[in-house]
Design a protein around this ligand. Structure first.
Ligand code: IVH
Length: 688
């Protein structure tokens, strides 16, 4: 279903399908964001999905699903922390994106209340962090939980105690039980410093301050949370054993008196018409603030009115979040650099004239893939519009073509890998171009080595990911062949931290034990794309020996060769997988690495497929004439797979001649020599 079909032209059937798709997609992004702290799309894109869902539901109320995203908040809590059920659900806010949507919200609230006089609001910056609920009993902080799915969150009490702005005790008089809600966040500066130290330690890089805050709060080791600079702005109430205020504004004053930080930009607005100028004012201040905000929350001040208005779905009728547009800036694209990922994917990265976007200095942006560059016609030297939507890696929105330098040329995506010079190919129907130098590409080395020693491949005991990385950093491992040279370093390994004589000896033994390896494990271990263990097994059983496989694959690199056709017609292989193999064998340096590796090993022959109980095992077969149900290479591949030898000319040694249409001299010769001939149909019957 095309998500760009305007909502008002959708048919009922399309709408129903679209609502199902949106429910799935939004649930997926909720889990990525809330449960894994790793969002995959920008906030703006997420909001767009929700808005589209809401618009379709508004047009087709009968189609609203039981699992509708409009009735749900966030993601279910992850295990590891005890679950805490919220006494009062932690809900979300509806969004407005412009003055007219805000005006609509005010009109709705007034209609509901049956009132015409203006509303008094409290306006507070909408902090981009994660909301938490703090429970105080007799003035003491006893429990704290994340929002989770709104009904049940995670018990992060111990971690919250490490945050300076969570008072362990309330100052002054407080109800016996009171729940305070607020936003935990990390400042932009602390976030950048944290990512820097994470990068140095080779640890996880956070996408934005909000994810860094969420990831830090949800650490099982409290010491880690304590080392992360988190803050809290308090802004709402949960359960309370007695009323504490009559207006939200006075409630905020009580929060301050109890020892909480309340956002200093919060303001009491006597009239809803003041909202627009407040929105502009905060919008202008936004990039200069030390923390990320993504809008302003407007809350009706009178708590009695709030109670009357209540909630609808997941959001209150008495508050709205008026969101800012994504922060944008223009700058010059200095260069496009191609990054090679650990799996060989080539990703274009924009190198920019550094620019401040929403208070964060940006020097790089993702360009996604080559189609995206072509679609936006982004050229080196161009002035581009950048957008940061809650994410620190910004996107390039568009090109300011009027400012294009006259010599700027369309970008041509490289077809060789910048890391190793191997050819980089893009299979039909895919967007990603990949390096084919799997065995030699420095960008892919570690990943390939880890795969090489994995369970279904060489399965070398004692050689895990960590050890591979350690030996790689030492400069001992360039390619897989080097693994078999490790036993020569046994004494040196024994003296390393975490190693001893025995463990070094065991490692050497485990490596030597794998110097003899089955063909199928060997093929799988090479890590050729799409050659998992099942396909490796098919290939091993089809070609039988390493020497035969290698020779056939080299021949198959010739497009249109019999070997190429034969490869693609192996049952279970097909042309796409055949292309991956020929891409690999088309790279001379892969062959060199393959041979270097094979020289270290004894590669056992595989039992050839079907050959054992095949009626043609060991027989010599000739095909002649035009075959109808199969191509000549296909027939040859099948016969060979069944253990037969296929030759071109008929002799006394020939066992069968399979005669197709318009057969000529070979059929006659067979008759002369008394060699058995059969039709294509008879042949098919025999080989099944
Ligand atoms: S009030 C019943 N006030 O925005 C509504 N929320 O999109 C209670 N947020 O879950 C929320 N700053 O995480 C409120 N000043 C503020 C806020 C704020 C940020 C977050 C909060 C909430 C989300 C809703």
């Amino acid at each position: 279903m095309n998500a760009t079909i305007p909502v008002d032209t959708l048919t009922e059937a399309e709408a129903s399908e679209e609502l199902a798709r949106l429910a799935r997609e939004i649930a997926h992004h909720d889990a990525a964001y809330h449960t894994h702290d790793a969002p995959e799309i920008s906030d703006a894109d997420y909001d767009a999905l929700r808005q589209r869902n809401a618009a379709i539901e508004a047009r087709f109320p009968a189609l609203i699903r039981a699992d509708s995203p409009s009735a749900r908040v966030g993601g279910a809590p992850e295990s590891g922390f005890a679950k805490l059920r919220h006494r009062v659900p932690m809900l979300s806010l509806d969004n407005a994106f412009d003055a007219s949507e805000f005006a609509e919200f005010c009109a709705r609230a007034k209609r509901f209340l049956g009132r015409t006089e203006p509303l008094t609001f409290v306006a507070e910056p909408k902090i981009d962090g994660l909301s938490i609920n703090l429970t105080y009993e007799h003035g003491r902080f006893v429990r704290g939980a994340t929002r989770g799915d709104g009904t049940e969150g995670e018990d992060v009490t111990a971690n919250l105690r490490t945050i300076k702005s969570v008072p362990p005790e309330l100052h002054g008089e407080a109800p016996a039980l009171i729940e305070i809600r607020g936003e935990v966040f990390m400042t932009k500066a602390d976030f950048l410093a944290l990512n820097q130290s994470q990068a140095q330690a080779g640890a996880k890089i956070f996408a934005n301050p909000r994810n860094a805050a969420a990831g830090s709060l949800r650490q099982l080791d409290t010491r880690i949370t304590a080392s992360r600079p988190l803050s809290l702005f308090a802004y709402a109430q949960g359960e309370s054993s007695e009323p504490v205020a009559e207006t939200h504004w006075t409630y905020l004053q009580r929060l301050k008196a109890w020892g909480f930080e309340v956002n200093p930009l919060s303001r009491l607005l006597g009239n809803e018409t003041d909202a627009e100028s407040f929105q502009t004012e905060i919008g202008l201040a936004r990039s200069g603030l030390g923390y990320d905000i993504d809008g302003v929350v407007y809350k009706i001040d009178d708590l009695a009115l709030q109670r009357r208005l209540g909630f609808v779905g997941r959001a209150p009728r008495w508050a709205i979040a008026w969101k800012f547009p994504a922060e944008q800036a223009t700058t010059v694209l200095r260069d496009i650099r191609i990054q090679v990922g650990r799996t060989g994917a080539l990703t274009p990265v924009a190198e920019l004239e550094p620019i401040n976007v929403g208070g964060v200095l940006v020097a790089r942006a993702t360009l996604h893939n080559e189609d995206e560059i072509a679609r936006k016609d982004v050229r080196v030297g161009d002035t581009v519009v950048l957008q940061r939507a809650g994410d620190v890696i910004p996107q390039i929105v568009s090109v300011v073509t009027e400012r294009r330098p006259p010599n700027a040329v369309p970008y041509s995506f490289p077809d060789v890998c910048p890391a190793c010079g191997s050819h980089a190919v893009r299979p039909p129907g895919e967007v990603v171009r990949r390096c084919t130098g799997g065995l030699i590409c420095p960008a892919q080395r570690v990943e390939r080595l880890i795969h090489f020693v994995s369970r279904a491949a060489f399965d070398i005991d004692g050689l895990g990911e960590k050890t591979i990385q350690e030996f790689f950093n030492e400069g001992w491992l360039h390619g897989p062949a080097d693994l078999f040279k490790l036993p020569e370093r046994e004494d040196e390994i024994a003296t390393r931290e975490g190693w001893g004589k025995l463990s070094a000896r065991n490692l050497s033994r485990a490596i030597v034990a794998r110097e003899t390896i089955s063909l199928e494990r060997f093929i799988f271990a090479l890590g050729i794309r799409r050659i998992g263990s099942t396909n490796a097994k098919l290939l091993a059983r089809h070609y039988g020996s390493f020497a035969n496989w290698r020779a056939q694959m080299l021949a198959a690199t010739q497009i249109g060769s019999d070997e190429r056709v034969a490869l693609g017609s192996i049952s279970g292989i097909g042309p796409t997988i055949a292309d991956e193999l020929t891409d690999f064998f088309g790279e001379a340096r892969n062959i060199a690495a393959l041979d270097e590796l094979a020289a270290e090993l004894t590669i056992e022959d595989a039992a050839r497929a079907d050959a054992a109980d095949s009626p043609i095992a060991g027989k010599t077969v000739v095909f002649t004439g035009t075959l109808e149900t199969m191509t000549r290479p296909e027939a040859k591949a099948r016969a060979e797979a069944l253990g037969a030898k296929v030759t071109d000319s008929v002799s006394k040694k020939t066992d069968f001649v399979v005669v197709g249409a318009d057969a000529g001299s070979k059929a006659r010769k067979a008759a002369e020599l008394g060699v058995r001939t059969m039709t294509e149909a008879e042949w098919q019957d025999m080989v099944g």
